[in-house]
Design a protein around this ligand. Structure first.
Ligand code: ATP
Ligand code: MG
Ligand code: MG
Length: 550
């Protein structure tokens, strides 16, 4: 057994607990409800939840809904479903940052009273100008000389709706000469006459993210506020806010590197375009890597957890290969999924010496690597379907499957010797013929003779017709995600729909999200959207083989 080494966040937590900085661990996942969650968010969810679990602490799901834009509420439900599906249980700790608007307003008043915030009349553009740059210090805001009383009155008027959008802001008074531009009197409140999905028209001033977020964490008793690297430069401001507001047990911010996957599309604006252009059938199209898409494709929460663990937690920006995600689902389903027979591109095989009208049931083990999955009976008869490419009239060297004169094993059934085929007027093979050896029932001959090829099959009469979708990367891997003009470099073959597939009858009972191994083909999942009663649709999760090595 390998001893697990602790990641840098766990090391920080251990130290905090040892030094008594905190006596408990409390984390949160704080999505903005403005889109679907993707694989990167899964990393953040599992990291935060995992830490709470590991340290016997608490985990909150908090919607960071302080920015009032229209399309927000519709994403709340999808985010909750995704977090739940990943197994991150927030119990009774579901929060909305907008419920803290009163406390945030009071916090701003407190800063004004301490002389730590002032009302500014500068426009957004002027504020940017006054801020200076890395090489020149900022200029004082003319509003910064205002008295506490004047600031209190102006801020109250801002709240009362006396000012137009953009005409006044509240700024924190920190340091216009700070080498960190975020500390040059950042804006903490702005006027926006917008209706909010939760608070309606109660507010026409809204707090800025850098001010709101530490307050949300502090109110909820969060200890370790984990975010991604782009907020590293904002940490001094986070610390300033919790210090000036004098929280007794201030939370601390810790940054880690975002998870990037190669050759996938995660950008909202690109996905939106793909949806609008009908290239994908929604945010959960199985070729995408939103959590909803991964779930629909057939990934398990366990496979995503494994993937996130393999990626590790670090401060160094890096990207993971999609093949690693595929490795994780293959490993997970290897023993979990029953192995059944499905013919994707069928051609009929007629066993000429098999009795007409007879059907026999052959026992088949569901998963040789997992006894617990039991066994089933598969019907066998005179007319079967096999894969079209398991027969060749004129085979090349090293082709061991069906060709005239060759004997193969029908998996779990009998030896069959190919005798020929029937073709239509265009030369297309419509029927393969053969004879079986009744002595070889179960797939082995008592005389010990060997065959080199084993192929799968289904009984023609009892088979279930199904649609099967094969996927490739939505991006052309060789050339990367973007074209020179910034457009997406799409792979035209990312979706292949097979409509004539024939599956063994046990598939008739398959329900949405059920996962199977189609022997010799890969892992497949019943599509939750397009499956209709008696008309199953399967998505290929992943093929069986890969050149990927861990
Ligand atoms: P996107 O723009 O891709 O939706 P975001 O940062 O705007 O990402 P938020 O809803 O603000 O999304 O993020 C919620 C949480 O998820 C934040 O704590 C954020 O740091 C984290 N997060 C977002 N993207 C990633 C990623 N690629 N890897 C790890 N964590 C991420
Ligand atoms: Mg987001
Ligand atoms: Mg964000």
């Amino acid at each position: 057994e390998v001893k697990e080494s602790k990641n840098f966040i766990e090391q920080i937590i251990d130290k905090d607990l040892a030094e008594g900085v905190y006596d408990t661990v409390h984390t949160r996942f704080p999505p903005e409800p403005n889109g679907y969650l993707h694989i990167g968010h899964a990393k953040s969810i599992l990291l935060n939840y995992g830490l709470a679990q590991k340290y016997n602490g608490k985990f909150n799901l908090r919607f960071d809904d302080t920015n009032p834009t229209k399309e927000k509420s519709e994403f709340v439900e999808s985010i909750k479903a995704d977090v739940k599906w990943l197994g991150a249980d927030w119990e009774d700790r579901l929060f909305f940052a907008s419920n803290y608007f009163d406390q945030m307003y009071e916090a701003a008043v407190k800063l004004i009273k301490k002389g730590k915030a002032y009302v500014s009349d500068l426009s957004a553009e002027q504020i940017r100008e006054y801020r200076g740059s890395l090489t020149e210090p900022g200029k004082e805001d003319p509003g910064s000389v205002r008295s506490v009383e004047e600031n209190l009155a102006l801020f109250e008027d801002m709240k009362a709706g006396k000012y137009e959008d953009g005409s006044k802001v509240l700024r924190a008074r920190i340091d216009m000469a700070s080498p960190n531009i975020n500390m040059r009197d950042p804006v903490i409140y702005r006027v926006a006459h917008m209706s909010h999905q939760n608070t309606g028209d109660k507010w026409c001033i809204y707090p800025m993210y850098d001010f709101a977020h530490p307050i949300e964490d502090a109110i909820e008793g969060v200890t370790h506020s984990i975010c991604t690297l782009e907020f590293e430069d904002h940490r001094p401001l986070y610390d300033w806010v919790v210090r000036e507001l004098e929280y007794p047990h201030p939370p601390k911010q810790i940054e880690f590197a975002k998870l990037y996957l190669t050759n996938v599309v995660t950008g909202k604006r690109y996905i939106k375009k793909l949806v609008e252009q009908g290239i994908v059938d929604g945010w959960d199209d199985p070729r995408l890597v939103s959590i909803a898409a991964l779930r629909r494709r057939g990934f398990t929460p366990e496979s995503i957890k494994k993937f996130v663990e393999l990626c590790g937690i670090s401060k160094a920006q890096s990207s993971a290969d999609y093949a690693m995600l595929e490795y994780c689902i293959r490993e997970d389903l290897k023993t979990k999924a029953p192995r059944m027979m499905a013919i994707l591109d069928p051609v009929k095989l007629v066993i000429d010496n098999y009795p007409e009208g007879q059907t026999e049931m052959l026992p088949v083990v569901n998963n040789p690597e997992n006894e617990a999955l039991g066994s089933r009976e598969v019907p066998f008869g005179k007319e079967l379907y096999i894969e079209r490419d398991d027969f060749m009239e004129e085979p090349p060297k090293k082709y061991f499957r069906m060709f005239p004169g060759n004997e193969v094993r029908l998996m779990n059934a009998y030896f069959v010797k190919c005798t020929g085929c029937v073709k239509d007027e265009n030369g297309k093979v419509v029927e393969v013929h053969g004879t079986y050896d009744p002595e070889s029932r179960g797939g082995n001959s008592p005389d010990g003779r060997k065959v080199k090829g084993t192929i799968h099959w289904v009984s023609a009469a009892e088979s279930v017709k199904a649609q099967v979708r094969l996927y490739e990367n939505i991006i052309d891997e060789e050339k990367g995600v973007y074209n020179e003009d910034g457009s997406l470099n799409l792979n035209p073959n990312s979706l292949t729909t097979l409509t004539e597939c024939r599956l063994e009858p046990a598939f008739a009972k398959a329900q949405a999200y059920d996962r199977f191994q189609f022997v010799r083909q890969g892992f497949f999942c019943v599509d939750c959207k397009d499956t209709k009663p008696g008309k199953p649709v399967f998505n290929r999760i992943v093929s069986l083989k890969s050149s990927y090595v861990l």
